[in-house]
Design a protein around this ligand. Structure first.
Ligand SMILES: Nc1ncnc2c1ncn2[C@@H]1O[C@H](COP(=O)(O)OP(=O)(O)OP(=O)(O)O)[C@@H](O)[C@H]1O
Ligand SMILES: [Mg+2]
Length: 155
């Protein structure tokens, strides 16, 4: 297969940005541009952008708290399967199972609702969290994009 045909089936981009809260918008836009090549529905686009916002906000608010650190986002696709990996080198999570529970938040006083991980899980097909206290957190989410379009073409 020639190089340009291969692109779109299997490819990867990686961006790094600082943990300013306005970079949540930057991450959403980069995600939308990358997804455009996968022919997403509006719903798929909105679902992934919401999951990305939640993951990046967590790096900003929890991972780095009051300091500025680096957030790395890697987007890859493999025949319509989108993988989004969002990584920080912040404080890490002591109890991942507890953190993933709906309504659990370590910052109730900051008016967080504790629903970020639950949204990521709901809007994506899968979500994995790896974290080491004092070293940082990596969230990996996957979603098959464009299924509905394929199904329509087959029928
Ligand atoms: N990147 C991260 N670094 C450190 N801790 C994290 C990170 N992401 C999540 N956590 C921990 O997991 C908890 C649950 O995260 P979740 O996104 O579900 O809720 P929240 O951020 O507290 O509230 P919400 O997302 O609804 O505003 C957080 O309160 C925090 O303690
Ligand atoms: Mg959150």
């Amino acid at each position: 297969m020639d190089k340009e045909k291969q692109a779109g089936l299997q490819e990867k981009v990686r961006v790094e940005f600082e943990s300013y809260s306005h970079n949540e918008q930057f991450a959403r836009v980069v995600t939308a541009v990358f997804m455009a090549r996968l022919n997403p529905t509006m719903e798929e686009l909105e679902d992934v952008k919401t999951a990305v916002s939640e993951a990046v906000t967590n790096c900003v608010i929890h991972g780095y708290e009051d300091r500025i650190g680096t957030i790395r986002m890697e987007l890859s696709c493999d025949h319509g399967q989108l993988t989004v990996e969002i990584k920080d080198w912040g404080m890490g999570i002591g109890n991942i199972d507890q953190a993933r529970e709906p309504l659990y938040t370590s910052k109730p006083s900051r008016e967080r609702s504790g629903m970020g991980f639950t949204f990521m899980e709901t809007f994506m097909d899968s979500m994995e969290v790896r974290s080491v206290v004092g070293e940082g957190t990596t969230v990996t989410m996957k979603k098959q994009i464009g299924n509905k379009i394929l199904e329509k073409k087959v029928v």
